[in-house]
Design a binder for this molecule. Structure first.
Ligand code: SF4
Length: 412
């Protein structure tokens, strides 16, 4: 595969073309339509014996021919997960700061087309949310906003992160893509990680799903992880919203993105998240229809196990979009990070639910942090309430604690 251009090119509308775009387009040019239907059981069996798994082997594991091999894939994924992550799982919770949005994403409950009450937390309300989350024991939080640059852009976000930094050593952001200088202000305020889903890597489908607003700029979004790391962010979580496109297509492009980021930012931690499309709470008015391509539970197991086999050292986040039982089944197969005590409403940890404060989407796992801890411990796993790497950077753990965490990140 050719190296991306060294110099950043400029499009006609002045959006920088991310280096990954060239890699993506070159890979797409060699992919036949429905490429994932072309693998045989023999190729899947051979892939399961590869170490490390090749990209071709990974593609075989995504194919329908791999469906009868799910048990073998699960066994391999479980072994690799324990080898690289022990029996530890990180917890975090999302904190919705605002739901003002100028975009019309067809699949989202906060779309500007939806007639919902809009909220934006004041500094006092952010502090109250921080205190409520801190009281649960969590030390890792993910701050989210909609896309309303004039209201909740970088200055607002940096102020909120500054408040959160008084309570949490690990602060992530899941916000619209920003310029490098804007990321710098948020990093300076205390953010250490960013999550950004490309939603779908299919450029034409992306244009259909995002008919208006700044999010229409596919290129600006695709380059955001690179800009965030250039601005000093330590960790990036990439993902695609599963259910918009044939999942094999987006999964393949997602791992290409992960590998590109690992090659170009070897000092950064690159993780993935696997959100499956969930129903919104309110129908959109005036938005075009879109067809979902549902991802079954069996396909979801195939996705996680194939990912773990191909990227054995990459963290995988599983959100509260998934039901408790499924989350527990998937935990040993590759999941390293779980959300807990989740609300997708603005100020959902403190503000009363009054019918006007609608969630972004329905969640399937409403368990509290304590309930989640009990469930995870019952499975023989150790819940980690902070970002362990960041905690180790700030205050190395004693050897005995490292041993308890599965011999991870040991500091002598
Ligand atoms: S997905 Fe994000 S950008 Fe799109 S409408 Fe929802 S909140 Fe706005």
């Amino acid at each position: 595969m050719a190296q991306p251009p060294k110099q950043v090119q400029e499009q006609a509308h002045n959006t920088p073309i991310p280096g990954f775009y060239a890699v993506l387009k070159q890979a797409e040019a060699t992919l036949p339509p429905q490429w994932f239907t072309q693998y045989t059981p023999q190729q899947v069996a051979a892939a399961l014996h590869e170490s490390p798994l090749s990209l071709e082997g990974f593609k075989a594991l995504l194919s329908p021919a791999a469906e009868p091999f799910l048990e073998q894939m699960a066994r391999k994924a479980k072994t690799l997960t324990q080898q690289h992550f022990g029996r530890a799982v990180q917890f975090f919770t999302p904190l919705y700061l605002a739901n003002h949005c100028t975009n019309r994403c067809l699949y989202c409950g906060f779309s500007t087309k939806r007639r919902i009450a809009r909220h934006m937390l004041t500094p006092q309300q952010v502090e109250a949310e921080a205190q409520a989350i801190h009281a649960t024991g969590l030390r890792s939080v993910l701050a989210l906003t909609g896309d309303a640059p004039g209201l909740t852009g970088a200055p607002y976000l940096a102020d909120c992160v500054g408040i959160l930094a008084r309570y949490f050593p690990a602060i992530g952001i899941e916000v619209p893509p920003m310029h490098t200088a804007e990321y710098r202000t948020v990093v300076a305020a205390g953010a250490s990680s960013m999550t950004l889903f490309q939603e779908t890597y299919n450029e034409a489908l992306y244009a259909h799903l995002h008919p208006a607003g700044p999010k229409r700029d596919y290129m600006f979004r695709l380059g955001a992880p690179e800009r965030a790391l250039q601005a000093g962010m330590r960790q990036v979580t990439l993902g695609a919203l599963l259910g918009l496109e044939a999942w094999q297509d987006d999964l393949l492009r997602l791992v290409l993105h992960v590998r590109y980021m690992q090659q170009h930012f070897p000092e950064a931690e690159i993780s993935v998240s696997l959100p499956r499309l969930r129903p919104c709470t309110e129908p959109a008015e005036g938005n075009a229809a879109f067809t979902t391509t549902p991802v079954t539970d069996a396909a979801f197991v195939q996705i996680i196990t194939a990912l773990r086999c191909f990227l054995p050292q990459v963290g995988i986040t599983l959100s509260s979009r998934e039901a408790p039982h499924l989350r527990e089944c998937l935990l040993p197969l590759g999941v390293t990070k779980l959300s807990a005590g989740v609300s997708t409403r603005v100020g959902g940890h403190t503000l009363e639910e009054n019918g006007e404060n609608t969630p972004q989407f329905a969640i399937a796992d409403e368990r509290s942090v304590e309930e989640m801890m009990q469930a995870v411990e019952a499975q023989g796993y150790q819940p980690i309430l902070a970002d362990w790497l960041l905690a180790l950077e700030k205050a190395p753990l004693p050897k005995a604690v490292c041993t308890a965490l599965g011999n991870m990140n040991e500091v002598s």
